[in-house]
Design a protein around this ligand. Sequence first.
Ligand SMILES: C=CC1=C(C)c2cc3[nH]c(cc4nc(cc5[nH]c(cc1n2)c(C)c5CCC(=O)O)C(CCC(=O)O)=C4C)c(C)c3C=C
Ligand SMILES: [Fe+2]
Length: 451
Amino acid sequence: MADQSIPQTRTAEDARPEAVSPGTAPHAEGISRRRLLGTAGATGLVLGAAGGAAGYAAAPAGATPLTSLGDGRVMFHGKHQPGITTPTPARGHLVAFDLAAGAGRKEAAALLRRWSDTARRLMAGEPAGSGDTDVARDAGPSSLTVTFGFGHSFFGRTGLEKQRPVSLDPLPDFSSDQLDKARSNGDLWVQVGADDALVAFHALRALQKDAGAAARVRWQMNGFNRSPGATAHPMTARNLMGQVDGTRNPKTTDADFDQRIFVPGTGGGQGGGGGEGQGGGEGSGANDPAWMANGSYVVVRRIRMLLDDWEELSAKDQEDVIGRRKSDGAPLSGGGETTDMDLEKTDRDGNLVVPINAHARITRPDQNGGAAMLRRPLSYHDGFDADGVPDAGLLFVCWQADPLRGFVPVQRKLDRGDALSRFVRHEASGLFAVPGGAAEGEYVGQRLLEG
Ligand SMILES: C=CC1=C(C)c2cc3[nH]c(cc4nc(cc5[nH]c(cc1n2)c(C)c5CCC(=O)O)C(CCC(=O)O)=C4C)c(C)c3C=C
Ligand SMILES: [Fe+2]
């Protein structure tokens, strides 16, 4: 099966046109992919596959062709779900749903079937099934991705407790947590990302309508990133503290990338062979039920940035908090953004140039027994409090094969003494099991719900 996880988050290293859907035809108006790539190269745009938007947004003859941004298309079907290794979107929605009272496994299966069908259509640039709202009518798919996950509570609600992964056990408490339970966890999780805000809204509204009487929105968080093409120097994203953020993310080309980020498959095809999962038979990872083959675990944290305090710091102090230069993300030990950090380097007074509690020092895998995760965050801004304090920060979204070997040890370390912790507050948290991608003709989670 095709692995649609081609592009990585946009970093300085891999700022390149994205090959998205392999084998796609030239654009309906006869504009070849090569020509579009040439145009993109000249303008610095990052673009997706030409021809991905045939259908809903196909322009009539003589009309201005879609921009490369609208044309970007990600495949819904594949080994892994979309929205994990695909580049961070310009616009994103994170939404948790709770099953309605009385809704169980049967209703959940029907819902995931409807959701998968809608996601597949919209990601191909087609209208949603019946009752499309026309909101994205004149746009291409704009690299839309839709990702589905299951929370701890889902398994009790559907009588599937025996299939609940051990990795979904609640995260430990951290001393810095100030979590709002109403905006944490949930039965089901949906992540929508697109490079166009209307396309993202359109998809979310279609999915929410699909939920019908089966599930209700528990919480929603909306975020954003820089739009592709906004800078002539494509580079790793910046966050609302102004830092270059994402530099040291694992790369899909790393030899151990899959091992760190995805639950192993059981060999061949989507999900491969059929064990019963934990408590019954063969699992795919040591602790994982078979239905999680090629899946991943996502930790979602709403982290408010205390921007008034942060912005009082001098640029030098801000750089010491992270251990990297603000201008270009280079380590304080020297070099450029991707130069290795020299953890031992001292200044002429004998002080470490990367402070001992600098965030980028203490989060490194080599400081945490190898713990690593793929960070794919969004910034958020939900207005200003009555006293003028911005309600803004990071929707921290990170992916790993096992949260106990990814997020948890690193967050424990941060809890014990991260220079950044004075300037952030964790306000909500979620942990979800995200199954592998659906094969053609299947829906996401089918192996769990019909296994
Ligand atoms: C528990 C995991 C992490 C949380 C929570 C977290 C919050 C957080 N981080 C930044 C800004 C930066 N983080 C950077 C690096 C970095 N952060 C984590 C983990 C968490 N961050 C990791 C694993 C790493 C990479 C470590 C490595 O492999 O070297 C950086 C440096 C640039 C980069 O590599 O991305 C910045 C900047 C903020 C603002 C924040 C909460 C709001
Ligand atoms: Fe970080």
